[in-house]
Design a protein around this ligand. Structure first.
Ligand code: NAD
Length: 274
């Protein structure tokens, strides 16, 4: 017998929230059970399906997560960095699995997520696309294999509305490259060209483009003497993030408490992920 997981969304009226509503409608074994957005949002009280451009689905967008958390198996948060702390606290207290796709998490959110990870299965991913997560793995392998003197440049482009830069995904790619070298990514990261002077050999740099309606492009270049290795991912449809998030969230429901990554889900059938 197939068990249907009851899924909640925080940020349900946003660009990603609407994609999640659409994907959930088409996903066997899952149904939208709660939709939350900020209390002063224009969509509160409206049907989440209609807000997403679908026929009504009978779930109204609310503003009180604590009031609906008891009816959920898993929550997906694509809201703002400042909102995630409250989501983590409510999920931790209720024992409900949580997938966080929101980027630019603030200090308080990180703290509350750390606390929640001891009580619930928790997956935080700045990019829930399946192919992008395969790229993270490839970048780690390339950084491990190439000499440390190769410069690594991560170029990213996004639509003009994106607030944070470099993107959370670009930072994750930088962390994957650093991890491949057995290092941590220096923090805070700089944007290449922002300060004058020659490049530190082997450094990991970031280049940012903002404009138009670019969904998301990431290009990782390993620049050595006489050669370059380029690994790229291009997103053309925001639905890829929603599809990956929903698939991973359904997998997360059955996991024991602790922290998970998209790679744990994607490579779950492989004994050796390297
Ligand atoms: P958006 O601005 O369109 O949507 C955010 C939604 O969150 C809005 O509806 C807003 O009203 C709501 N919100 C704000 N404060 C809230 C609160 N306190 N409680 C509940 N809801 C609240 O943004 P978006 O493009 O949908 O992106 C949302 C987040 O997801 C961003 O952090 C973005 O960087 C990230 N993102 C992640 C991925 C991924 O693959 N992980 C992909 C795309 C975007």
């Amino acid at each position: 017998m197939t068990v249907t997981s009851r899924v909640g969304i925080v940020g349900a009226a946003g660009r990603m929230g609407m994609e999640l509503v659409k994907v959930l409608r088409d996903t066997p074994g899952a149904r939208l059970a709660a939709a939350i957005d900020r209390p002063d949002g224009a969509s509160v009280g409206k049907d989440a399906g209609e807000v997403a451009g679908l026929p009504a689905i009978g779930v109204r967008i609310g503003a009180d997560l604590a009031a609906v958390i008891g009816g959920l198996d898993v929550l997906i948060d694509f809201s703002t960095g400042a909102a995630v702390a409250a989501t983590a606290t409510v999920c931790g207290a209720a024992g409900v699995a949580l997938l966080v796709g929101t980027t630019a998490l603030d200090e308080n959110a990180r703290h509350q997520l750390d606390a929640a990870a001891g009580k619930i299965p928790l997956l935080i991913s700045a990019n829930t696309s399946l192919a992008l997560n395969v790229l993270l793995n490839l970048v780690r392998q390339a950084a491990r294999a190439l000499p440390a003197g190769y410069d690594i440049e991560i170029l990213e482009a996004h639509h003009r509305h994106k607030i944070d830069a470099p993107s959370g995904t670009a930072l994750a790619l930088g962390e994957a490259a650093a991890a491949g070298r057995g290092e941590r990514l220096a923090s805070p990261v700089g944007v290449t060209g922002a300060t004058a002077g020659a490049r530190q050999p082997g450094s990991i740099g970031f280049s940012v483009v903002r404009g138009g309606d670019v969904v998301g492009e990431h290009d990782v270049r390993f620049l050595g003497p006489g050669e370059q290795l380029r690994l790229s991912h291009v997103a053309t449809d925001r639905a890829i993030f929603a599809r990956g998030a929903v698939a991973a969230a359904l997998w997360l429901v059955k996991r024991p408490a602790g922290r998970y990554q998209m790679a744990d889900f994607i490579f779950k059938d492989q004994l050796d992920t390297e």
